[in-house]
Design a protein around this ligand. Sequence first.
Ligand code: DLL
Length: 432
Amino acid sequence: MIYDERIEKMSREEMRKLQLERLQQMVAYAYDNVPFYKKKYDEAGVKPSDIKTLKDIEKLPFVTKQDLRDNYPYGFLSVPTSEIARIHASSGTSGKPTVVVYTKEDMEIWTECVARMVVAAGGRSDDIVQICFGYGLFTGALGLHQGWERIGAAVIPASTGNTERQIMLMKDLQTTAIVCTPSYALRIAEEMERLGYKPEDFKLRVGMFGSEASSDAMHEEIARKLHLMPTDNYGLSEIIGPGVSGECVHKCGMHINEDHFYSELLSPDTLQPVEDGEYGELVLTTLTKKSMPMIRYRTKDITKIDYSPCACGRTTARMAKLRGRTDDMLIIKGVNVFPSQIEGVLLTFPEIGASYEIVVTREDYKDKLEVKVELLDEKIIGDYGAIESLSRRIKNALKTVLQIDVKLTIVDHMALKRFDGKAKRVTDLRTY
Ligand code: DLL
């Protein structure tokens, strides 16, 4: 099944033509309505009328997450606040989130984009779907919710946590589809086993997983343990939330909603386009967003793109599973964690030194975060009760900021590695 054949099976020439028309309109719209773009383009000496081909997009400056922070909260808004229909936000380093807004029209586009992905993933109107993403400012839960609702499915807004209760709902309400992070899907499978259930005790058949990286092996394990068809889907708050791209059941890359999002792949070093088929940083441009146009937004996500037609009949470009990110943002159990957030907490404890090390591992598909710190306070060296109490206080403070559990290891002063140049604080041992 294809949700919108006209778009999803469009020839490459037609798609390129549609993208160019929309890009020209979007650049002019942004220039006229968002002072940020006017200033940047004037400084760079480019005018909206310079966009004569899609390649001309390369003349335009980039937008980064820092630009969004600098213009917090409404600096990129291109409509009066009275036209805002929804506000979401993603977590940030400084305690201030990145705010993203939608007009009624944007909400409609978002819903359509997710509905296409749901159908591509095998979703049907007779499905009962349990959304196990956190409802709130995060775009994941409501974004997927709207798309499933649009195709006529029954939606259970279960939200996150309380896995035993999730499983009870899944069984009693005869859930046929689940939406969550891939690691949470495995957590559910583990808990089902512990409770003595077998996959046959459930009616699950479809799983849509996203918001964090997952490997093919992980999907195979989910399929084996939950007896469902798992697919991956990708998105980011700044662009729309979930709905940028999603796998079909052939699982050979995530189909990009190209009529709404124009993608470029650039070398993060030279910022020039990579060769066809090579990995590069994904740079996205919203072609239709009314409230907060994003033109050449640097996602920092590394992927590659395949333009060949897919066995499902869709002609839209497919992006490969992400290979990583160019910046230091870690995604742990689906939660965005910046080393600087950890550093901020550690610095409030005078008993420990300024050196620290962050180690991320993945055991049984579960992310684990370890933070190593050095004990400075000579008064408590050898006093195990005092060290234990300090450790508990640091762990609690980290949990409050990060919202995930941290393993804290306190080592002797000078036991951690020192650096001459730039310090490497993070060791990510996950292989995905
Ligand atoms: O995670 C949007 C989303 C929600 C996508 C639910 C899919 C499902 P943010 O919180 O802004 O938005 O985080 C965006 O998460 O730049 C990627 O680094 C990462 N990410 C999202 N989807 C995937 C995926 C949502 N399928 C950041 N695979 C992005 C790997 C992903 N990483």
